[in-house]
Design a protein around this ligand. Structure first.
Ligand code: ADP
Length: 592
């Protein structure tokens, strides 16, 4: 069994189902212990021709065999059959329901966690929480309750019956069993450590595999397959070693169990044989006694397995709890008020921002205004803070009070969902789902027609390419959209954002993989079709943004100039230098 804040509620929720399982188990256990008694009567009947029942001797004849042995045996078999089916349904069924519920909660929590969490916690590690750890918790919940009650009920009842027959022999058989319990507790603790190491090794291996598959193109391009293979081999070896260590500990426990159990059998047949010789026991009674003991073996082994399972379950639950308890640090504050609409006015007012794990300010004293409906370009060197600016508009990180305003409201006073609902975003690392192109483009909207999807694709200048695919818009994209080129991928992502028709559209370096002509078409389409709506374009090339209503020049976390292309050429030396440099580069490129 496994206990903790995140699972205790399920013992209550599935209490009635578990109770029905326990009742079925009680019936099965009670009837199971009738079998050694029937065997004992059979042996005594065959040996002596009579069987002692409640002190009276009854003749061992055909009637006895049918009425006293066969009929009860059939009842026992029937009850055990139905009972075993029922407790399986109850224990395993509630465990499956519990893990489904827990998985849903984990996934729900994952959705709420900020981007920051995923920067620290790797996907492979998260995947192993959803597979290995959840499976272990499920096993502990179902098998654990079953084993605990079975051990208590069957073990208790069998020991009681053994004590009634001969208390001294019962106590004698318990001595090695008590030792077994002690040893298995110690070995169990050792096993828990080995289990932790095994889980950690598996996590490392799955992290590595996941990253290798995602970065396969880079690995191949740099001909680093051998290096990757070698690193994989090393991690795989670690995983193997951790598994072997765990299996060694578990085999040791198994050997000890067998050793102790067999030694008890020696005691029972040795001292029990003496009792038969002395006439205290009949041979049938010795058989019944050893039958009872056989029934005790499983509960005692179950106790040691329970200790082992509890150790594994506790370790897994600890890891799952760390996820469920991970703080959702980007969330609405108390008292935010819903607004019906966002027009698209954005104002940064003396904003200084440092990443939660950063050592320096990524943005310093940033102030500028964007009016609703403006087309704005953001430009600056790599690492100057452009992405950080738009991430703050989308509230990916927490923003200091009184520094960022949308439509005149402090962004902290508006629900985060509302800000994002009225915004569309094409991130730098654009991501396409393994789904049809149509579903990818229509991702943001619930109701749409084919014409809407085609229009968005046309505005992103990708309709022609899609139409050339054999399946057209029904083409299913592979993992991370590998079946389309970089430029097509960017344009499908732009189409997805256009389709949302949001008040604020942000494109983060989203036309870098398309040629200048296509770029010009896309930008002119955006201007034409997004009149009255705010469009923000982060770019590296001046040509991308030179015709924008406003250009924001970012340098080392500071906004050093805001204005049109002509204004910036006059007022901002860095911008002028950048324009000049890019012109020279273009000329050089053109000449060569
Ligand atoms: P740009 O988009 O202009 O290339 P960014 O906004 O991505 O620049 O980055 C601005 C600065 O913030 C850089 O120095 C970068 O290293 C840092 N930075 C970006 N993301 C993070 C992060 N998640 N944690 C800490 N620092 C970051």
């Amino acid at each position: 069994m496994v206990f903790g804040r995140h699972v205790n509620r399920y013992y209550l929720k599935y209490g009635p189902m578990l109770l029905l399982g326990i009742i079925s188990l009680m019936l099965v256990d009670y009837f199971q212990l009738k079998i050694p008694e029937l065997y004992g009567m059979l042996l005594d009947g065959v040996n002596y021709g009579v069987v002692k029942i409640d002190g009276k001797e009854v003749a061992f004849d055909m009637d006895f065999v049918l009425v006293r042995l066969c009929e009860p045996m059939l009842v026992v078999i029937f009850v055990m059959l139905v009972g075993r089916f029922l407790w399986r349904v109850c224990f395993f069924g509630s465990a499956i329901k519990m893990s489904t519920d827990l998985r849903r909660r984990m996934f729900g929590h994952c959705k709420e966690l900020s981007v920051e969490y995923y920067q620290v916690n790797k996907v492979g590690n998260l995947m192993s929480l959803f597979t290995n750890d959840l499976e272990t918790i499920q096993e502990c919940f179902g098998d654990g309750v079953l084993m605990m009650f079975d051990a208590l009920l069957l073990g208790g009842l069998a020991l009681f019956k053994m004590a009634r027959m001969n208390i001294f022999l019962m106590l004698l058989s318990l001595v090695p069993m008590a030792l077994l319990l002690l040893v298995s507790t110690v070995v169990g603790k050792y096993m828990m450590k080995k289990w932790d190491a095994r889980q950690a090794a598996f996590s490392a291996l799955s992290d590595f595999s996941q990253e290798s598959f995602s970065g396969i193109a880079v690995i191949k391009a740099f001909v680093k397959e051998f290096k990757e293979l070698w690193a994989f081999k090393r991690l795989s070896k670690n995983n193997e070693n951790a598994n072997v260590e765990f299996t060694k500990a578990s085999t040791l426990l198994h050997i000890l169990v067998t050793l102790f159990v067999e030694s008890v059998m020696c005691i029972i047949f040795g001292y029990g044989g003496y009792l038969v010789h002395e006439g205290v026991f009949s041979s049938g009674e010795l058989l019944t006694f050893s039958g009872y003991f056989t029934s005790v073996i499983w509960p005692i082994m179950a106790i040691s397995q329970l200790i082992d399972m509890h150790s594994r379950g506790t370790a897994s639950l600890k890891r799952v709890s760390e996820l469920l308890d991970a703080e959702i640090n980007v969330r609405d504050r108390e008292g935010v008020s819903e607004i019906d609409n966002i027009r698209g006015d954005i104002e940064f007012r003396n904003l200084t921002f440092r990443y939660p794990d950063g050592d320096y300010d990524a943005l310093s004293d940033v102030s500028f205004k964007i009016e609703a409906g403006e087309n704005v370009g953001i430009i600056g060197k790599t690492g100057s803070g452009k992405t950080t600016l738009v991430d703050l508009i989308l509230r990916v990180y927490n923003v200091p009070d009184g520094t960022l305003f949308i439509d005149g409201h402090d962004v902290n006073d508006i629900p985060i969902d509302t800000v994002r609902r009225f915004s569309a975003y094409v991130p730098q690392d654009n991501f396409l789902f393994s789904d049809t192109i149509e579903s990818n483009i229509a991702f943001a909207v619930d109701e749409y027609g084919t014409a809407d999807v085609e229009r968005a694709a046309a505005l992103a200048d990708v309709h022609g390419n899609i139409s050339e695919f054999k399946e057209g818009y029904s083409t299913v994209l592979g993992e991370r959209g590998v079946t389309v080129s970089g430029g097509q991928k960017q344009r499908i992502s732009i189409a997805r954002a256009i389709m949302k028709d949001a008040s604020i559209l942000i494109l983060d370096d989203s036309v870098s993989a398309v040629d200048t002509d296509t770029e010009r078409v896309i930008i002119s389409n955006l201007k034409e079709n997004r009149r009255g709506k705010t469009t923000i374009l982060i770019a590296h090339r001046v040509s991308t943004i030179e015709n924008m209503d406003k250009i924001i020049y970012v340098d080392d976390g500071r906004v050093t100039a805001v204005g049109t292309h002509t204004e910036l050429l006059h007022s901002c030396e860095d911008y002028r230098n950048m324009v000049e440099l890019q012109r020279l580069e273009d000329e050089k490129g053109g000449n060569s």
